[in-house]
Design a protein. Structure first.
Length: 490
C-alpha cells in the first residue's frame, strides 16, 4: 500500500513537471508580450520560430514592434531569421522603426538585418525613422547602409518626410550623408510640384485630395452587411469602443481637444485594423496596401494635430504670463523662450494651422523650399486649432466629412477588386460613423433645449447658466475653480 502511494506521488510530480515544461502562451503572443520564460519553453520544444500566424506575422516581427530588445535577441540567437517579413513585406526592422524601438533596431542591425529592405508600399525603415525624428535610429540605419534617397510609392524620400515634419536635425544628417533635394518639376513650381509665391520660408499647401461629399444609403448598407454572417455583430463590437470619443464630442463646455483628437484617431485606427483583417482573409491584394498607406498617413496627421494643439496651449500660457508681466510694469514687450510679443505683431497661419494668437514663433533655421503640407492635414489641423470648447459643430463636420471620404476611397479600391466582404465592412463602418454623428448632434440639441428652459424658468441672463458663472452654448467656460459662484470672468 505504501509503495502504491509512493508511486502515485512520484507520477503526480512527474506530470506537474511535464506541465511546467509546456508553454501556456502561444508562441506569437509570447513574442508580442516579451515573455522571455514562455519563449524559452517554446524554444526548448523546438518550435518553428519563423512560422507566421494567421495574420502572416512571424514571432520576430511581433517582438520587434511590441516587446523589446531582449525578446528579439533571444529569438535571433535561437534561429529566427533577421530578414523575416510580415504582412505586405514589412520586415522586423521596418516594424521596429515604425514602433520607434531604437534598441531593437540596434539588435537587428547587429544580426545583419537588411537596412535597404522595402515593404510593399516601398517604404524603408529609414522612412519611418526620419518621419519620427529619431536621430539615433537614422544614424544607425545610415551606418548600416540604408539608402538615403530611397523613394516610397508616393515618391517620398526620407528627406521629404523629415522636412515635412520639420525634423531639422534629421534633415541635416540626411543631407550630410548624400540625401538629395527634389529636382524642380517646372518653372514657377516648388521642388515638390506646388506653385511658389507664398514667401520664403513658408510651406506651400496642396489642395485637399478628399473633398468629395459622400452620401450614405442606410438601408442598402444594412442589406449589404446582412449578406455576411456575423459581420454586423463584429462591426458593432468595434463601434462600441467609440464611447470615449462620443463623450468627448458631447462635452462642449470643456476644452478637451487634445484628448478628443487622440480618441477619434484611435477609433479610426481600430476600424482600419478590422477592415484589414477582413481584406487579408479575402486576399484583397490591392486593398491591403491602400489600408496601410492610409494608416501611416493618419498617424502622421494625428501627430501634426496633436503638436499644433499643444503648441497653441503653450503659446496661450506664455501670452498670459507676458500679460501679467506687463500689468506689473515690466514693459510692453517681452521675449520668452524664443517668442516675441508686442503691439506690432499679428498672428498668422502657420503651415500647420496654428493661428489666432498675437505671438510669432522665431524660426531658428528657415527652409526656403519646404515640402508641401498635405491639404487634408492642413485643413484638419486648422479646424482643430480654431475650434472652441463650446462650439464643435464645424469641427465635427470637418472631421466626419474627411473620415467618410477616406473610407470611400478604400471602398472604391475594394470594389474594383471585387472584395465583397471588405466592401460591406467598410460600408458598415461608414454607416456606424454617420449614426454616431447623428446621436452627438441630437444630444447637443437636447442639451441646448434643457439649458434654455432652465434659464427661462430661473430668469437668468441670456447665455448664462444659473449660479455657475458660465456662458451658454455659444460662450466659453468662465468660472474658475475656487471662485465665487455667479461672478463672470472674461
Amino acid at each position: 500500500m505504501i509503495v502504491c502511494v509512493s508511486l502515485l506521488a512520484l507520477g503526480g510530480r512527474a506530470v506537474l513537471a511535464q506541465d511546467a515544461a509546456n508553454p501556456t502562451k502561444a508562441l506569437h503572443r509570447a513574442a508580442s508580450d516579451g515573455d522571455i520564460e514562455q519563449l524559452k519553453l517554446h524554444i526548448a520544444k523546438r518550435a518553428d520560430l519563423n512560422r507566421p500566424d494567421e495574420r502572416g506575422m512571424p514571432p520576430l516581427c511581433y517582438a520587434a514592434e511590441g516587446a523589446g530588445a531582449e525578446a528579439v535577441k533571444l529569438l535571433l540567437d535561437s534561429g529566427a531569421k533577421a530578414g523575416a517579413t510580415g504582412p505586405n513585406g514589412r520586415t522586423a526592422l521596418i516594424c521596429a522603426a515604425q514602433a520607434n524601438k531604437e534598441d531593437v533596431i540596434d539588435v537587428l542591425l547587429a544580426a545583419d538585418a537588411d537596412a535597404k529592405a522595402k515593404d510593399e508600399s516601398q517604404s524603408t525603415a529609414l522612412h519611418f525613422a526620419a518621419a519620427l525624428g529619431n536621430i539615433q535610429m537614422v544614424q544607425a540605419l545610415i551606418k548600416a547602409g540604408a539608402d538615403v534617397n530611397a523613394e516610397d510609392r508616393l515618391k517620398q524620400t526620407p528627406l521629404i518626410l523629415a522636412q515635412r515634419r520639420q525634423q531639422l536635425e534629421v534633415v541635416d544628417v540626411l543631407k550630410q550623408n548624400g540625401a538629395k533635394e527634389p529636382v524642380l518639376m517646372q518653372r514657377g513650381m516648388s521642388p515638390y510640384g506646388d506653385e511658389m509665391g507664398m514667401g520664403q520660408g513658408q510651406a506651400p499647401v496642396t489642395a485637399p485630395t478628399t473633398s468629395v461629399e459622400v452620401k450614405i444609403d442606410p438601408n442598402a448598407i444594412r442589406d449589404q452587411v446582412k449578406a455576411f454572417d456575423g459581420l454586423a455583430l463584429a462591426i458593432k463590437a468595434v463601434d462600441d469602443k467609440s464611447g470615449v470619443e462620443q463623450k468627448g464630442w458631447i462635452q462642449r463646455r470643456l476644452d478637451n481637444r487634445v484628448t478628443l483628437a487622440r480618441a477619434a484617431e484611435r477609433q479610426f485606427a481600430d476600424e482600419l485594423v478590422f477592415i484589414k483583417q477582413v481584406a487579408t482573409e479575402e486576399k484583397a491584394a490591392k486593398t491591403i496596401p491602400a489600408i496601410d498607406e492610409l494608416t501611416a498617413k493618419r498617424k502622421l496627421r494625428g501627430m501634426a494635430i496633436g503638436e499644433a494643439l499643444r503648441e497653441e496651449r503653450r503659446t496661450a500660457m506664455e501670452q498670459s504670463a507676458d500679460s501679467m508681466g506687463m500689468g506689473r510694469g515690466r514693459g510692453a514687450s517681452r521675449t520668452s523662450r524664443g517668442r516675441t510679443t508686442g503691439t506690432g505683431m499679428q498672428g498668422g497661419n502657420s503651415p500647420y494651422g496654428n493661428s489666432g494668437t498675437s505671438m510669432s514663433r522665431a524660426v531658428a533655421r528657415p527652409e526656403p523650399n519646404k515640402p508641401p503640407v498635405d491639404g487634408d492635414t492642413q485643413s484638419q489641423t486648422q479646424a482643430w486649432v480654431s475650434a472652441k470648447a463650446d462650439s464643435k459643430d464645424s469641427l465635427l463636420t470637418a472631421v466626419h466629412k474627411l473620415d467618410l471620404a477616406e473610407l470611400e476611397t478604400l471602398r472604391t479600391v475594394a470594389t474594383e477588386e471585387e472584395a465583397k466582404r471588405t466592401v460591406a465592412t467598410i460600408s458598415g463602418f461608414m454607416l456606424a460613423r454617420q449614426e454616431r454623428v447623428d446621436k452627438i448632434v441630437q444630444q447637443w440639441k437636447i442639451d441646448d433645449e434643457r439649458q434654455q428652459k432652465l434659464q427661462e424658468r430661473l430668469g437668468t441672463q441670456p447665455g448664462m447658466y444659473p449660479g455657475t458663472g458660465q456662458r451658454g452654448t455659444r460662450g466659453q467656460e468662465t468660472q474658475q475653480p475656487g471662485t465665487t459662484r455667479g461672478r463672470r470672468y472674461r
